[in-house]
Each structure stands twice: as structure tokens, then as C-alpha cells.
Ligand binder design. Sequence first.
Ligand SMILES: Cc1ncc(COP(=O)(O)O)c(C=O)c1O
Length: 396
Amino acid sequence: MLNSRLDLLTDYPFDRLRDLLDGTAPPPGVAPLALSIGEPQHTPPAMIAEAVAANAHLWNKYPPPPGTPGLRAAIVGWLRRRFGLDALALDPDRHVVPVAGTREALYMIATLAVDPEAAGPRPVVLMPNPGYHVYAGSGFMSGAEVRFLDTGPDTGFLPDLDAIPEADLARAALFYLCSPANPQGTVADRAYLRRAVELARRFDFLLAMDECYADIYTGEAPISALNVCQDLGGDLDNVAVFHSLSKRSSAPGLRSGFVAGCPKVMAKLKLLRSYGGATIPMPIMAASEALWNDDAHAAENRALYAEKFDLAARILQGRHGAYRPGGGFFLWLDVGDGEAAAKRLWTEAALRVLPGAYLARADGAGNNPGAPYIRVALVYDPATTEDALHRLARTL
Ligand SMILES: Cc1ncc(COP(=O)(O)O)c(C=O)c1O
């Protein structure tokens, strides 16, 4: 009765962590802290509550699936300001689709990009390994063959684009990339993104660039795949970028983000969403519009993360390969055995962290590129984070 592909969804990281820690307990009297999930705990901007209250009369309206014109215009305004896209003729109606959080859109994009009826060998979905688990789930459910591209210090923690076999590129329907990368925080530079866009066009697959951490950085601001589209003359073909208010505005509960890029893809995404997509309630769209129109709160948010990476540098002193990532809010620590470290941190220091193995797939020989690592989400306020980092340093 059930879709047998569901049996491939075995790797939900937080279920695996629950199973790992099942039957164990944190030490008595120590406050447990969840550094496992990338759920920002900073106070969300007051403008959310204000916009929701001011638009409370709209709860009785079915929201338009493609979003309100005001929201789409605010998104285009932010893209232009944030990435300097003045030479790109971004059209709020043709190039932007607001979505109820990027997770659903990242999932849905595989249904859109992978053609199960295509003649010839099965389509391929490419993704970084480790990577956000939704990419694999959507790839499997679409019926494609999923190729996990191992990353590590030797590849600069991004997939080595030159190492992908040409046969896989020729069969590729979709390539997920993430910059700043979850979990390692690597930022893809212009040359890397240009190569990715050029491959997408040469082999005619969709490059799905997950850029949801783009506004959290401590050095140079990460660029977007849209910058490369601008550099290459302004065509948006074969490219879709994904952005979210969950991280930028510390509002994961708002469920608000957007996809932007190739107009053919955006048109089909709108169509698909009008059948199976969650619409964004009108008051939430009003709040989202206010957030995309405002950069000050995002700068304050960024400053808090910078403060926490300063604390991490001081407390960890580079131990376990600790480094300041180009973007995002995770520490990616090489602890030798991530599962063993996660257990110890829970039972000895009441810290929940995610074993890196749970963010990656093992190859046929059982090698999992995430296995030596733990991912530590610096999502609490600086004082709580400082306490957590001291506990972590003492325990490991
Ligand atoms: C890499 C990455 N992409 C996408 C998402 C989804 O974010 P949201 O659905 O809240 O926009 C997350 C959330 O943790 C993430 O880490």
C-alpha cells in the first residue's frame, strides 16, 4: 500500500540522536542545552509581533499561493541590496516565489526537476556529503539516483566539482549545493559558483543553491549564485537560490522564505505549490515583508554570532580543529568519534550535540565522512553559549 521509497528515509538526524541518547541521562543539577538543532534562540525582532497584530484582520483570508506583491517586492529589494544585483533585471512576478520555509521548497524542487518518465538511465541528484538531510530525502522520493559527493578538509569542505564523473553530470537533473555550508560553514567563492553554474548549463540540470545562512557571516559577506548569473550576462537559466528568515531573522517558527531564479522553474514551482504547497498566512506575509525590508536587525543578529565565535576561539583555542567558519552558526569539530563524543557531552555535561555521521551517508565500504565530527549549533545568547563552550572544552 505504501510507497516503497519511504523505506529509504532512514537518516533523520534528530531521530538518530534520540536513539543514541535513549536510556542515558544528563548529570543531575546541570541545565541541559540543545546545541544539536540549528534553531536560533535570539529574541525575534519586535516587528514580527507588530506586523502580525496590525494584520490580524486578514486571518480570514486565503493567502494567494504566489505571495503578496508587497512581499515579492521586498524580497527583490533585499536581493538587490544584499548582493549588489543592480544589473540583474529581477522581476518580482517571474523570478521570485515566497515559500513557507525553505525546507518544503528544497523538498519540492526535486519533484519538479526530476523527470521519472525520461528515456534512458535514471536521473541523478547530486548533493554534498555531509549535507542537509532534506536533499537526500527529496532525491530518493523523486525516484532519482542520489549521488553523495564526499567533502572534507581535502576538498575545502565543498564538493570537488572536477571530481564528479562526466557520466553523472550527463544524467544529473538536480544538484544541491549549500553556501555557507551546513554543517561546515564553508563559503563558496565566485570561481566555484561560476563553475557550478556553468556545469548546470552545459549539462542542463538545475542548480539548487541553498543560501539560507547567507546573512550570518563574520568576514566578507558571502555572495550568491545570482551574482554569477549577473556576471555571465543576466540569464537566470538552470539556477534557483533558496533563502529563509529562519536564520537571518532568528524566526524559525515564522516559516517564511523564498526561492528565486530561473523563470521557467519559478512558473512550475508556483503551479506545483498551488496543488501541494503550504501557503503563508497573510499576517505572516506582512511580517516577512517588514523583515526583508529591514537590514538593521540582521546586522544585530550577525554581531551576536560574531561575539559567540570570538568566545569559541578563546575557549577552544583551536582544539579539535576548531575554526571560525566563513558563514553560518555551527562549530564543526573533529573529535575522532562523533557519536562517542555526543554521548559523553550529554551524560557528563548535559550538552546535546549532533554526531557528524548523522549528517552524512556512508559509502559501500562503510566510510562516513562525517563520522569524526560533531556539529555544535551556537544558537543561544552569548552568556549561555559561553557556559556551554566551557562545559564542552572541559569534557572533551
Ligand atoms: C542548510 C539548511 N537549509 C534549509 C534549512 C531549512 O530552513 P527553513 O525551512 O527554516 O527555511 C535549514 C534548517 O536548518 C538548513 O540548515
